[in-house]
Design a protein around this ligand. Structure first.
Ligand code: SF4
Ligand code: ZN
Length: 311
């Protein structure tokens, strides 16, 4: 197989795009496509400040690399979750993130949940009895809360995450299986800002996971191979496997599934946009962030509970 651009030996063949490229042209193609998606979905401009949520994994580190290469003002945010799981997950992911930032001279903010709030994510999960032994519900809540707080405190316009097509297709699959209309309405490459909540964007949402792995490897980015130990056996992984089977039988299935969804949503054929919860937000008396919960936001309520139990 030969590279479509130069005729040299191809190093990646993307069946769903009927496109084979050599390493150098692949390294050009990914940022070019990213730029296309940023424009197409009107994610942000070069005048805006972007905060990239980095986990030490291939997607978020590659995203950061790509945005800076494209000339965007992108800084990183690493959240220390305090997850060990026998593989020192948090420790190792933080080490690799800091190394990446240092070597590239990128600006990185590190926030440690335990230092900030007195409890790590697994501790908070245990205290609050959410999630049936898995800390993911608490972790998701804390990550959303902290990313938003830090973006606001430090004056960033946009929060960017490294979700790829496999992630988005799996979420879509789950939401569609349950016809979770509220989640379906909110799913997309851009979640606009609203009072107190930063705009959220996913510039890699149209790249396959294997394309992002190939990018990180070709670029020589050192990332954490292990997934968070709590990801094992999750619903999300199960949906990913199901979609991979469909993809093997018919290359392009995942991409079509996701893009057709976005098109249908945009055309207004699928859903009628209602006045959503975002309209009924008020300010949490604990942290000052926007929330739809009455009184304290769910993150502050969880902390209150943790404090009470620690006494
Ligand atoms: Fe948090 Fe790990 Fe669960 Fe992901 S898998 S939400 S990082 S605890
Ligand atoms: Zn709050």
């Amino acid at each position: 197989m030969k590279c479509r651009k130069c005729g040299e030996k191809a190093s990646i063949h993307m069946r769903q795009h009927k496109l084979a490229l050599c390493k150098d042209h692949f390294l050009e193609w990914i940022p070019e496509q990213t730029e296309r998606f940023i424009k197409k979905y009107r994610m942000f401009t070069r005048g805006e400040k972007i905060l990239v949520a980095v986990s030490g994994g291939k997607d978020s580190l590659s995203l950061w690399d790509i945005l800076v290469r494209l000339g965007y003002q992108a800084d990183g945010l690493y959240l220390g979750l305090g997850i060990d799981g026998g593989i020192e997950y948090s420790h190792e992911s933080q080490r690799l993130t800091e190394k990446f930032a240092r070597e590239n001279n990128f600006k990185l903010h590190v926030v440690d949940i335990e230092r900030e709030y007195g409890h790590s994510i697994p501790m908070l999960a245990e205290i609050s009895h959410r999630g049936y032994g898995k800390p993911c519900a608490v972790c998701g809540l804390a990550k959303r809360h902290e990313m938003n707080r830090i973006a606001r405190d430090l004056g960033y316009d946009v929060l960017a995450t490294g979700h790829n097509l496999d992630d988005e297709a799996a979420v879509l699959f789950g939401n569609a299986l349950h016809w979770s209309s509220e989640y379906l309405l909110r799913q997309g490459p851009v979640l606009p800002e609203s009072d107190g909540l930063a705009r959220k964007v996913k510039p890699l949402c149209r790249f396959y996971e294997r394309e992002m792995t190939a990018y990180a490897l070709a670029r020589g980015i050192e990332y954490i191979y292990d997934e968070c130990p709590f990801a094992e056996g999750s619903q999300q992984i199960y949906y990913k496997e199901a979609l991979n089977q469909l993809e093997t039988a018919r290359p392009g299935t995942k991409l079509t599934f996701y893009i057709k969804f976005l098109e249908a949503k945009q055309s207004g054929e699928l859903f009628v946009e209602k006045e959503t919860d975002r309209k009924n937000l008020h300010t949490c008396p604990g942290c000052g962030q926007a929330t739809s919960a009455p009184g304290l936001c769910s993150f502050c309520r969880m902390l209150e509970k943790a404090k009470a139990e620690a006494k």
